[in-house]
Design a protein around this ligand. Structure first.
Ligand code: ADP
Ligand code: MG
Length: 375
């Protein structure tokens, strides 16, 4: 068995976990200062760690290629690390850039978060390193501070211009709740999500279509939103009220209008969902999910045939609502389903994929799990 002891020849000083996530509603709003509503998944990255005092960082993952990656801390720089090791290395580099006096470590990872499935395995990996280093080196950083560091690591070192949702979800979610996050000021509220109590299940369908947010489309969308806000004289699209949307669209070039319409209506959908959840109407958010999918498909144009088929089939088979979750261009779909229809809906999606000649999707029912923690 390739446990820490076997890989590194000594026992770890501790073990930490950081989860993947699905976002219930609020997609592509986190770089527009808007609102998001993710839950943490029970799936997580487990990190085991032991400090080193020789300026060396060693990395091994059960999902890696079997080799230990060995890096010198003083050689870390954006672009200098290839492959999966750049994610954990990025966090250590970012901590040091921020002035934290941290040394090296032997780090060991194992994870059941599917990678490249829109479930934020990258944020889970980064946050696992963040919590481990925070404890081992006594940094005293808060969960939101670690999330911001992990986001900066992914932006500046890995080179993915992601917003802050994934890392905040992995760090700050609580078991049994969704995290209502205002991405402008990181204001947060835990919103109870009692799926079992409502007789519901949250089906997550990994379409097996790999997304790649570094390929430019995401950065282009983000730049489009920033340009629209600038043309409207607003700090961010979050500042455009829903009742000012039509007038604002008239002042924008045609290619930016659908982007703005998605962001503004999506922020509205988060608020609508919160009103229903606060009133105890979990089933009521179903149609909001479906409307969110239509907006991502028609206005933001980040869905793909597989996510469209999964969402449409789920609703046709009786789901209360379904939408793609995550950045898009593939990845996963969530469907809110009555408990007794779980197998029916999952079966219908599998059959539709087989009919279409797509690879078999992977489906599981998710419950809101805890954020990053020491084990
Ligand atoms: P997502 O975050 O949606 O899963 P990304 O493309 O952002 O997709 O991140 C996936 C990448 O993160 C993988 O290709 C791999 O490099 C890295 N990664 C995630 N989890 C692990 C792990 N347990 N071990 C090694 N690398 C991992
Ligand atoms: Mg990611």
């Amino acid at each position: 068995m390739n446990d820490f002891q076997t890989v590194y020849g000594a026992a770890p000083e501790g073990a930490w976990a950081a989860p993947g996530r699905v976002n219930l509603i609020g997609e592509h709003t986190d770089y527009n200062d808007g609102f998001v509503l993710p839950i943490a998944l029970p799936h997580h990255v487990r990190a085991e760690a032991r400090r080193r005092d020789d300026g060396v960082l060693r990395l091994w993952s059960a999902q890696g290629d079997g080799e230990v990656v060995e890096l010198r801390l003083d050689g870390l720089a954006p672009g200098a690390v290839a492959g999966w090791a750049k994610y954990p290395a990025a966090v250590v580099w970012t901590l040091r850039q921020a002035g934290h006096r941290v040394g090296g470590a032997d780090l060991w990872f194992d994870s059941d978060v599917p990678t490249g499935a829109g479930l934020s395995s990258s944020a889970a990996l980064e946050c696992a390193v963040g919590v481990a280093y925070n404890d081992l080196y006594g940094l005293g950083l808060t969960a939101p501070e670690l999330a911001l560091l992990a986001q900066k690591a992914e932006n500046d070192f890995v080179g993915v211009p992601c917003g802050v949702m994934d890392q905040m979800a992995s760090m700050c979610c609580a078991e049994g709740s969704a995290l209502l996050l205002d991405t402008r000021d990181l204001g947060q509220r835990q919103v109870p999500i009692d799926l079992a109590g409502a007789g519901l299940r949250l089906l997550v369908i990994d379409t097996r279509v790999k997304h790649d947010l570094a390929d430019g489309a995401y950065a282009e969308l983000r730049a489009g939103c920033e340009r629209a806000a600038e043309l409207l004289g607003l700090p961010a699209l979050r500042d455009l009220p829903a009742d000012g949307l039509d007038a604002a669209l008239g002042r924008l070039p045609a290619e930016l209008r659908p982007l703005v319409r998605h962001v503004v209506t999506e922020d509205g959908r988060v608020q609508q969902a919160i009103r229903l959840l606060d009133a105890g109407d979990l089933a009521g958010i179903g149609p909001i999910l479906t409307a969110g999918h239509a907006s991502l498909r028609d206005d933001y144009r980040v869905s793909c045939p597989e996510t469209d088929l999964a969402a449409d089939t789920a609703v046709a088979a009786g789901a209360l609502g379904a939408r793609m979750t995550g950045g898009g261009f593939g990845g996963s779909v969530i469907a809110l389903v009555a408990a007794e229809l779980l197998d029916t809906v999952a079966g219908a999606v599998a059959a539709a994929f087989a009919d279409a000649g797509y690879a078999a999707p992977r489906a599981f029912a998710a419950t809101p799990a805890a954020g990053a923690r020491r084990l």
